[in-house]
Write a protein that binds this ligand. Sequence first.
Ligand code: MG
Length: 261
Amino acid sequence: MRIARFSIDGNVAFGAVEGEGTVESGGLVLDIIRGIPYTDFELSGTKVPLSKVRLLPPVLPNKVVGIGRNYAEHARELGNEVPEVPVAFFKPTTSVIGPGDAIEYPSFSSELHHEAELAVVIGRMCREVPRERVKDVIFGYTCANDVTARDVQKREVQWARAKGFDTSCPLGPWVETDLDPSDLAVQATVNGEQRQLGRTSDMIRSIEDLVVHISEAMTLLPGDVILTGTPAGVGPLNVGDEVAVTIEGIGTLTNRVIKRG
Ligand code: MG
């Protein structure tokens, strides 16, 4: 099931996405959900065309945990070794934006990069998750863009500003709950031109590894997001660009870059 979060007439709701098509092409309908998707919920049967609503980030995470250098080719393209333990970092909740929202080019950077990534959405509160239980704590998957101020990342020891500025975490367009994430194409295009294309099967650490590793340290809450790293091909974003992240079996997350006003 594809679950979107949206606003209509000033109200915010979750809905199950039905029909064939894309956000841009139309043809999709939302069946409004009663209750909260992570727990028991039912479809109301009240349907609205997706074209009539504003899509919001599909989850409101308590935290977004990013994983760096999880694809060998990407680590190499930036001159880095594959780390012995996963590199974990946070993106704050204020960095999260939804499909169609603007990425604001920060004033303190002159080298903004896209990073197309599979995002894991946690479905239940958990800590110290054993490997065999990881599937039970995952709610679903969505597309993410781990937008990074690469110049800032290179000159500052911690990545908080480089990867945590406002609007640096587009998520969406919805959460797919029925998906085998082990071998999916992950693609980024800029203005329609392909920049990144990889497969989740090339991750150095699997999703199971990452959930075990992160939950060893901290409690994960429903709606929390884990970014699983980006394949090779990262590159610059400029003001006016339209960047799209497409993941096989999920959909396409599109955002435009604007100058911060
Ligand atoms: Mg990344």
